[in-house]
Design a protein around this ligand. Structure first.
Ligand code: NIG
Ligand code: FE
Length: 420
């Protein structure tokens, strides 16, 4: 019989935050309950956490077992690996020319209506080779990892033909196999009505439902389906039709809801039992209540409202007051949120959404994990969960969002291996 051993022991942790102790997402006031262990350690075997807690307890638990590798955290902060539950990772080109337009006062929907915005990224994505998309997305994924992200969702939605959507999804699959960051794939063929279907959105919806969804399912290239429900994009009725079809095929469903106008996207998320609803700046209390009652996680994207220069931000405090589980994400994409900085998102979560550092950490660990169906494996450091953790060059949690605009990550461990 193989001798029991410990593969990795992370010790001399000044402040250890395990996020352990709850099976589901953390809702309402429970988001702020984030105990800190002073003087902690984490023991790992076969990529999984064996013990995490006060160093003396962990050492007592593993007494007598050989330790293959020790990692001294230097008295600093350790948290679970961060989770980014909403990105548009794979795409061609960039849109820095939109900055000047924005400075002159053009809004997101105006740029989109002029054939820019998402549609310009669709052109760049269609004309890019799969390998070029791979190389570009890999650089972004490297940046996300350096930021402390160990699990990340990635949406298609810049192809908008069956072949070009599959091209994006194959890039996600290849990256997931080759890169330390674990990817969760979402099909978002209903991100926009492509130019060739202008004025014929019903025909495009049919294409998504009859051709794209079944083929993506057959090839096993995505676990979730997402729709951009917005004025001038997909109506609530079209969104419902697409998401209901996706559900019937066995996809989990998500929705970009009530970002700019209150169309009832949050209510629809509740009705359909979406795993998450995203943006939600214009969502009403009735929408929040529908989400809460159906267990839909609210994914707030404060870098997006910051970058779009919006006067208002998602009402995250109200969501928490009403008992929702809130997650935070970069929404990394070339238009509304060209950043891979989850740490900037954490700062904006505090400063623009009014969340505390504890609520923010819950939002980028446990709740983010549940928003992409990974709550049973990642998001907290407890026996049996994947050993994904970050050593921050910080003495405590609040220091990370406080000292903003820089990268505080020192070391990243993914599945028990030191990867940064
Ligand atoms: O989540 N809102 C829709 N989709 C993205 C933006 C995509 C783009 O502008 O290219 C978002 O913000
Ligand atoms: Fe998005």
């Amino acid at each position: 019989m193989e001798q029991q051993r410990i593969d990795l022991l992370v010790h001399h942790i000044g402040e250890l935050i395990t996020m352990a102790g709850e099976v589901g997402p953390r809702t309402g006031s429970r988001m702020a309950e984030v105990p800190v262990v002073k003087g902690g350690a984490v023991a790992v075997r076969d990529g999984l956490v064996v013990a995490a807690g006060p160093e003396a307890d962990v050492r007592a638990q593993i007494a007598g077992l050989p330790v293959v590798q020790e990692l001294d955290a230097g008295g600093r902060l350790v948290t679970p690996g961060l989770i980014d539950p909403h990105t548009h990772l794979v795409h061609g080109g960039s849109r820095e020319h939109e900055l000047a337009m924005k400075l002159q006062g053009a809004t997101y929907l105006e740029i989109l209506a002029q054939g820019g915005g998402i549609l310009s990224t669709v052109r760049a994505t269609r004309s890019a080779t799969e390998d070029a998309l791979y190389a570009k997305a890999k650089r972004s994924l490297d940046t996300l990892l350096l930021q402390g992200v160990t699990t990340c969702e990635a949406k298609s939605g810049y192809g908008l033909t069956l072949e070009d959507e599959l091209k994006q999804l194959r890039v996600t699959k290849r990256l997931n196999e080759a890169h330390p960051v674990e990817l969760v794939s979402t099909f978002m063929g209903a991100h926009m009505v492509p130019e060739e279907y202008k004025g014929r959105s019903a025909d495009y919806v049919k294409l998504v439902i009859r051709e794209m969804l079944p083929e993506v399912k057959r090839l096993g290239l995505a676990e979730f389906c997402d729709v951009f429900c917005e004025h001038g994009v997909f109506s609530p009725a079209e969104s419902e039709e697409i998401l209901a079809a996706a559900k019937a095929l066995g996809f989990g469903v998500k929705i970009h809801a009530d970002e700019i106008e209150p169309l009832g996207g949050a209510e629809l998320a509740g009705k359909l039992g979406c795993i998450s609803a995203e943006h939600l700046l214009a969502a009403t209390d009735a929408g929040f209540e529908a989400m809460r009652d159906a267990g839909v996680i609210a994914v707030c994207l404060p870098a997006t409202s910051f970058n779009l220069r919006l006067k208002q931000h998602a009402r995250a405090r109200r969501m928490i007051e009403l008992g929702l589980a809130v997650a935070l994400s970069t929404d990394y994409n070339p238009g509304s949120s060209p950043t891979e900085s989850i740490q900037l998102v954490m700062t904006l979560g505090c400063l623009n959404l009014g969340l505390t550092p504890e609520e923010v950490l819950t939002a980028v660990t446990v709740n983010a994990a549940h928003a992409i169906g990974r709550g049973d494996r990642v998001g907290s450091l407890e026996p049996g969960k994947q050993a994904d953790l970050v050593i921050f060059d910080a003495a405590n949690l609040a220091y990370v969002p406080y000292h903003f605009g820089i990268n505080h990550v020192d070391t990243v461990v993914k599945g028990g291996k030191v990867v940064v």
